[in-house]
Write a protein that binds this ligand. Structure first.
Ligand SMILES: [Zn+2]
Length: 547
């Protein structure tokens, strides 16, 4: 029986047994030779001993051991991955930092690698770091390879604040939630006891679900962080429902694209589906383990769906599935178009198709309006950029037709006959088919924890209004402060306050936080509302605090 703290031998990169034997024998016979002459200094001044001339290790970059997919997808298991940049103890690098008081700092081994035993806090820290790092790298590469290189800053980054995104793998103990918080500059992940399948049964405390172990959940939340860095106004709840749908969908698509950025996963998908992406695969099911823990059979949401915009109404989670489903269909179309088994391996074609499509999506999102972006905005940008990329003309037909099918774009009746089955004409922007109703409010109940964070609702302002009303009531009823501050105002009246909150329970039960309308009838002037907020009374009736 191996010690639980030492990974099995196979996990650690080691020289082969014959090589070790050869080295042992050689050492017995060899005398130490003269030291090798120092390498001549490369051009550019390096190696001249000047201050700031810090040599990098011979082969920097770290190997990590991580889950390939959710731990429940046993067919996939763990994988060794190589992170090509500098990774220091923590792990941390310039953009991402594990910061969790519940997890001791993970030190690299003698090879500079982070290879630890699964089901330990150290493994969870390394896995979570690796998924966030791979997600950021994936999108940076997508832009670099399209000639539009940018570092993809976090939302708070500026010339004077380059602080990294902090990761708290155990940040929400006994909470069925995970989120990206802009105000805390972090991702936080919850863990909870797995619910027993039977109704009313107590959760099994011995089986805990850690959301940080889910490849999909970590990449989904990182997707929110990446998009918030590009479009800081999109996450606020006062945007129309489709803008919220874009955020949530980008998270899900990030999980799918990250899986497809790894050749072995492409290979597994091709083998599992016989290269037909509409056959059931783990790829289209987001967050398998988490979904199963909640009693869903398919993970949290299904990317391979047929929802249309008119079916989704204002429910952001359903709306997001419309966009995710359309992009998934486009991926399946492009893959089927490109596939030539006689010439090229299917997994390699899938890897390449997904790499182009994720870059197309990211560039279309960057080109979309800074606020209140609609699906039609992004779809039209995808059509434009696809043409500029010089891709086969058939690609534009795939994109247009899938968005028309989802009621995102509308083809004018007079063009319907000429466009049918034809590539999309250059420069033709299509109008939206189904739009959000004017003034429609986002219903984020079924969305992930990020979308339900109070900071994006500007809920602080609601509390501020309540405390101001309290202060005025006190002043009007002779409860002036010690210095006599706050003269009574007239007519201040708190008409109704109803706030009910329920904290998460250790048994992992679904938790609901309700913020009812706060009505303050007061002729006295109040603080001006901060921009980008939601007017009082417009908050959703219920906020479900789960993924
Ligand atoms: Zn989300």
């Amino acid at each position: 029986m191996e010690s639980p703290t030492v990974p099995p031998l196979g996990f650690v990169p080691m020289p082969t047994a014959p090589y070790r034997q050869h080295r042992k024998a050689a050492k017995l016979l060899d005398q130490p030779g003269p030291p090798r002459p120092a390498d001549p200094a490369p051009s550019g001044g390096a190696g001249d001993g000047q201050p700031g001339d810090v040599p990098l290790p011979y082969a920097f970059g770290a190997r990590v051991l991580m889950w390939k997919q959710d731990p429940s997808v046993s067919e996939i298991g763990t994988r060794k991955a190589f992170l090509p940049g500098v990774v220091l103890a923590g792990p941390r690098d310039a953009r991402i930092e594990i910061k969790d008081p519940g997890i001791p700092m993970v030190e690299p081994n003698a090879f500079g690698d982070f290879v630890t035993m699964p089901d330990t806090p150290q493994f969870d820290a390394v896995h979570t770091f690796a998924v966030v790092r791979q997600t950021l790298t994936m999108y940076q590469r997508a832009l670099s390879s399209a000639g539009t290189e940018m570092p993809l800053p976090w939302q708070w980054n500026s010339s004077v604040d380059t602080s990294p995104l902090q990761i708290h793998p155990y940040g929400l103990p006994n909470v069925m939630n995970a989120f990206y918080s802009r105000s805390q500059c972090c991702l936080k992940f919850g863990d909870f006891a797995q619910a027993d399948g039977s109704a009313g049964a107590a959760p099994d405390q011995s089986v805990r679900i850690y959301t940080c172990r889910s490849f999909d959940i970590v990449s989904h939340e990182t997707g929110h962080a990446v998009l918030d860095g590009i479009k800081p106004q999109w996450l606020n709840a006062d945007n129309p429902p489709q803008t919220g749908g874009l955020h949530e969908s980008f998270g899900d698509l990030t999980a799918i694209f990250l899986a497809l950025s790894q050749l072995d996963q492409c290979d597994a998908v091709v083998a599992q589906t016989k290269a037909r992406l509409h056959d059931k695969t783990f790829l289209a099911d987001i967050a398998e383990q988490f979904g199963l823990a909640l009693g869903n059979t398919n993970g949290l949401r299904n990317a391979d769906n047929d929802l249309t915009l008119s079916q989704a109404a204002t429910e952001v989670h359903a709306i997001s599935q419309v966009f995710t489903g359309a992009v998934y269909d486009i991926l399946a179309d492009v893959f089927a178009f490109e596939r030539q088994p006689a010439f090229e391996d299917c997994a390699s074609v899938l890897h390449r198709s997904a790499a182009w499509l994720r870059g197309l999506l990211l560039r279309a999102l960057i080109a979309a309006p800074e606020s209140a972006a609609t699906y039609a905005d992004v779809a039209n940008e995808m059509l434009r950029i696809c043409r500029e990329d010089g891709k086969p003309a058939a690609y534009t037909a795939f994109i247009r037709d899938r968005f028309v099918q989802r009621e995102v774009l509308a083809v004018p009746a007079e063009l319907a006959a000429s466009l049918a089955g034809q590539p999309h004409p250059p420069g033709l922007r299509l109008a939206a088919c189904v739009s959000d109703a004017p003034g429609a409010r986002q219903d984020r109940r079924a969305c992930c924890g990020t979308m339900n964070l109070s900071e994006y609702y500007d809920a602080e302002r609601v509390l501020e209004a309540e405390t101001q009303a309290l202060a005025r009531w006190c002043a009007a009823h002779g409860r002036s402060g010690p210095a006599g501050a706050g003269q009574p105002t007239t007519g201040a009246m708190l008409a109704g306050v109803a706030v009910s909150t329920t904290a998460a329970t250790s048994d992992g039960a679904a938790v609901t936080t309700e913020i009812a309308a706060l009505a303050v009838l007061d002729p006295a002037p109040t603080q001006p509302a901060p921009t980008g907020g939601m007017p009082p009374g417009a908050l959703p009736a219920g906020v479900l605090a789960d993924i």
